[in-house]
Design a protein around this ligand. Structure first.
Ligand code: HEM
Length: 262
């Protein structure tokens, strides 16, 4: 039987999204953190909600061969959570339950709540459809150790600067019309990334303290395709209009049973 990735990774992210990054207390060891991960993985999910649970590789005994990226400050957290839901209430239920489980072990380092804008647009106004991975893609998300690797990037999007560009320039940069129709432009964001089929995106737009942007979350079977995609973004036409504010690299175990074996 092939190992399937954690259940959250098999579903379409809902209308609402949240990311929470927890940093361990100095007196909290790996075993205590793993007990927290098990409790989170065993937590009942409200209907229509998902909770993706991931950790810094060292917490589950894996080597951290790639810790940082080329151009963003790295988060200092050991536990990464992504909650999604079709309503705000179940999202809050999950975040509160996570606080209950992790509160004695860790401090909350970063938390973002956001969700779809209108009919599924990102802050620059373009349609961004994040779909559930196909069955084939799900199997391809599991690496040899049984875990899925996650890349988290928190981008601020400079709406004023991007919005000051002519519509045609903005559409050409994205490779999409503002009405949602695809636009074939060589070198556009979509053109540059459409061959990157080895990563699964599950980010969401957020607004926090007056700043708007994308909580970019992507999953793959290993760090390499994520690192390559991130480096590829350096030359992207969207790059001058966004600032990466934090970044992290985590591993998502398939289930609680896997964590108990570590
Ligand atoms: C704030 C920064 C970003 C914005 C606003 C953004 C926006 C978008 C939008 C609107 C789409 C089109 C989705 C659709 O057609 O439904 C897209 C596609 C995509 N983006 Fe980004 N993106 C950002 C950063 C990134 C980064 C950093 C990566 C990789 C590390 C990335 C990888 C991709 C990929 C793989 C696709 C799918 C392309 C395809 O299959 O056609 N994006 N992005």
């Amino acid at each position: 039987m092939p190992i399937l990735p954690q259940s959250a990774l098999r579903h379409r992210p809902g209308k609402w999204g949240a990311v929470a990054i927890w940093r361990r207390h100095s007196n909290c060891n790996d075993a205590s953190l793993r007990a927290g991960l098990v409790a989170l993985l065993e937590l009942p999910r409200p209907t229509g909600a998902t909770l993706l649970v991931a950790a810094a590789p060292s917490v589950v005994g894996l080597e951290s061969s790639w810790l940082g990226g080329p151009f963003a400050p790295r988060t200092q957290g050991q536990v990464f959570l992504q909650a999604t839901a079709d309503e705000r209430a179940p999202l809050l239920v999950l975040l509160r339950a996570a606080t209950h489980i992790l509160g004695g072990r860790c401090d909350l380092d970063e938390e973002l709540i956001g969700g779809k804008i209108g009919d599924g647009r990102e802050p620059f106004g373009f349609r961004d459809s994040v779909k559930a991975p196909t069955l084939e893609e799900r199997h391809e998300l599991v690496g040899p150790e049984g875990v899925t690797t996650l890349l988290y990037l928190r981008f601020e999007q400079h709406l004023d600067r991007f919005g000051a560009q002519p519509v045609a320039t903005r559409e050409a940069a994205m490779g999409q019309r503002l009405d949602g129709d695809p636009l074939t432009v060589s070198g556009s964001h979509r053109d540059r990334f459409q061959t990157k089929k080895d990563i699964v995106r599950r980010g969401f737009p957020y607004r926090h303290c007056g700043e708007e942007g994308l909580a970019f979350v992507a999953a793959a079977a290993a760090a390499q395709p994520l690192r390559a995609a991130w480096q590829h973004f350096e030359g992207d036409p969207l790059r001058p209009f966004v600032t990466p504010l934090s970044s992290g690299f985590y591993v998502a175990p398939p289930d609680a049973a896997w964590v108990k074996t570590r």
